[in-house]
Design a binder for this molecule. Structure first.
Ligand SMILES: [Zn+2]
Length: 407
């Protein structure tokens, strides 16, 4: 009986563990063993001492890192917003377009009109594109239905994407994305409907792993979000928040108050908001694709986040309106260029800290014994290249815990 299922040798290992070694590089280790879909051993080939594996392969000196994790996407939707993109280039603001009934409402209409099969077929190539660049875990939010049936169908489609691809999908109920046309001027009543009708069904059917909301003057107020989050907690669901994207609404403080897994965007977050996130140990998810697409100039408080010790994650925010970007590698490069994050911070933001933003840090996000064997094998000379090249196919292989489980 072999000791392990799989043994990879001649490998350079960036564990991305928090350590003094850049990229968590295990300098002496050149081999990694996997059993039952988990990392079973990391060490030096010369110390194997007769240990064997069902399959042993040399990776010819290639680098491995934890598989990438995209912790904030809206990639189940129908329609597109290319015409709005054109309008914005001609000077219209996101708020103007939203107030005129355009923007997100056009995506809501198209998504409501689409069948579940159509939504699945549209989303599948987006999931594949992310997997092709090393993503093994990604989060998908609802939020383009804004009514019971379509919100549930979006979550079902997201769950099915996880069942029919090698990517592990985490789902988030974002019914409080914006006020639907049926509830204009009655945001409180809509929040009550989510709390009393939608949340119980979603929780009962285990369709969501978390609950999210959009706290902003064009969406929901702090008290409305607080009511929703209290209900989410009653159903045992962790929360996340689209916070302080267009103005300082106290979103970071609100997220921290509910011990949110993450607060996302954060361009207008105040120093007090950063301190609150640090105290709550919530992850700051930065979304440079939305910053770029909206032509935003207000930078998130990067230095304050760093000095306060807030973990920073990077995600695509893949969505048709404000971040038509289906490439986590691109988001990493943009975070370097626009936010001045280091390539190492970006890679940590797409692995270790992204796992934490999904509540999965005990399970994945670093290469450590016991963690899920989600491993990206790269044709690169150094891990810093992962936040540098865009559009270059450098993934040699993507191993996931699912595929290395003993049959
Ligand atoms: Zn978003």
């Amino acid at each position: 009986m072999p000791d392990w299922d799989l043994l990879l040798t001649d490998v350079r290992i960036a564990t991305m563990c928090e350590s003094t070694a850049p990229y968590g590089v295990a300098s002496a280790a050149d081999a990694i063993a996997i059993s039952d879909g988990r990392i079973a051993w990391i060490g030096e080939q010369t110390t194997l001492q007769g240990k064997t594996a069902s399959v042993q392969r040399s990776l010819d000196g290639r680098w491995i890192t934890p598989a990438l994790i995209d912790c904030h996407t809206h990639l189940v939707f129908s329609g597109d917003r290319a015409s709005e993109f054109e309008q914005r280039l001609q000077g219209a603001s996101y708020e103007e377009i939203a107030r005129a009934g355009g923007g997100i409402m056009s995506t809501v209409r198209a998504t409501r009109d689409a069948t579940s099969e159509e939504l699945f077929d549209l989303a599948l190539p987006r999931v594949s594109a992310l997997a092709d660049e090393g993503v093994a875990t990604l989060e998908i939010k609802s939020g383009y239905g804004l009514e019971l049936d379509t919100e549930i169908r979006m979550l079902e489609v997201a769950r099915r994407l996880g069942e029919e691809t090698a990517v592990d999908i985490r789902t988030t109920l974002l019914a409080a994305h914006t006020v639907p046309p049926e509830f204009v001027g009655e945001a409180d009543r809509y929040i009550d409907m989510i709390c009393n009708e939608m949340l119980p069904q979603v929780a009962e059917r285990n369709l969501a792993d978390a609950v999210d909301a959009y706290c902003e003057s064009i969406a929901f107020s702090g008290p409305q979000v607080a009511k929703l989050f209290a209900a989410a907690k009653q159903h045992g669901l962790p929360v996340k928040l689209h916070a302080d994207q267009l103005s300082d609404c106290g979103g970071a403080e609100l997220a921290a108050h509910f011990a949110a897994l993450s607060a996302d965007h954060l361009e207008y977050t105040s120093p007090a908001g950063v301190r609150a996130l640090a105290a709550a140990q919530s992850v700051a998810v930065l979304l440079p694709g939305a910053y770029l697409t909206l032509g935003e100039t207000q930078l998130p408080p990067i230095d304050a986040l760093r000095s306060s010790g807030v973990a920073i994650a990077i995600a695509t925010d893949c969505n048709p309106g404000t971040s038509p970007i289906c490439s986590l590698r691109t988001a990493m490069m943009l975070a370097c260029r626009l936010f001045r994050l280091t390539p190492e911070e970006c890679l940590a933001g797409a692995t270790r800290n992204a796992a934490r933003a999904l509540g999965l840090d005990e399970d994945r996000g670093t290469l450590e014994i016991g963690k899920r064997a989600d491993i990206a094998v790269w044709n690169i000379s150094h891990p810093r290249e992962l936040a540098y090249w865009v559009g270059t196919p450098q993934l040699a292989e993507l191993l996931t815990g699912r595929h290395t489980t003993r049959p």
